[in-house]
Design a protein around this ligand. Structure first.
Ligand code: GLN
Length: 239
């Protein structure tokens, strides 16, 4: 059976707040549809065949881990950009999202080079943007998650959504994340995918379309009625 190949970059370094749960959510929702999944943990990039990847995933990490991971990922930045431009679905979280830009400036003014795949940058402050977050997305509806970052990201690309409660990309413009072709970047941990199956299915559907694998809907009534709605209602009531 044809499988969906998920490339999980630097899982030993970039896995804050259970980001591995995103891989589990992708795998489960594919398997519930009878679609096979193969997860490749990419700890070093030598010999990597990026053209075989159907979904790319990068989780979040501390500034220290981020610096190590950037050095490794920098080696494949041109192939990574080409994959994104070609429409390969990708999800990048927090530190992983910050990587996509030109640079990440730490609170003490130290500059970590980004992969420069997209035209934005991030600067960090010691005061962190932390807590639960709710956003409203035209593509995905209401999205809930958890954020904890010093980085403030600024850009004019399409976003994942508008912040209803919490911070998002920074503490001023109420934008959250980035949506470019089939790439999603976001500050939402939680992890985001188990809490927001619409995003999981967006990534899977895009991968299936590219690979000409049939993609069927799942019955999500139970999910709809579950924790997500309770959390969102409570967060909005507390405002
Ligand atoms: N080091 C980054 C920041 O603090 C990313 C943190 C994260 O991935 N949660 O902004």
């Amino acid at each position: 059976m044809t499988a969906i190949n998920i490339y999980h970059f630097m899982p030993d370094k970039l896995n804050l707040y259970g980001d591995i749960g995103n891989i589990i959510a992708l795998s489960k929702r594919a398997k519930w549809r009878g679609i096979d999944v193969k997860v490749t943990d990419v700890k070093e990039t030598a010999g990597l065949k990026l053209s075989e990847a159907d979904i790319l995933f990068i989780g979040g990490g501390s500034d220290r881990e981020q610096a190590i991971a950037t050095t490794e990922l920098f080696k494949i930045k041109d192939e990574f950009k080409a994959a994104i431009e070609d429409g390969v679905p990708a999800l990048t979280i927090c530190g992983g999202y910050q990587f996509l830009g030109e640079k990440y400036v730490t609170p003490d003014g130290h500059e970590l080079k980004g992969l420069n795949i997209l035209d934005f940058y991030t600067e960090s402050k010691t005061e962190r943007l932390t807590g639960n977050i709710v956003i409203e997305s035209e593509t995905f509806g209401q999205i809930v998650g958890f954020e904890n970052h010093g980085g403030r990201t600024y850009h004019d690309y399409d976003t994942l959504g508008r912040v209803v409660s919490g911070f998002g990309n920074n503490d001023t413009d109420k934008k959250e994340g980035i949506h470019y072709k089939n790439l999603l970047g976001t500050y939402l941990h939680g992890p985001i995918l188990p809490k927001n199956h619409e995003i999981t299915d967006y990534l899977l559907k895009a991968a299936c379309e590219r690979k000409k694998i049939a993609f069927s809907p799942l019955n999500d009534n139970i999910v709809e009625e579950s924790a997500k709605k309770v959390i969102i209602d409570r967060l909005l009531a507390d405002q």
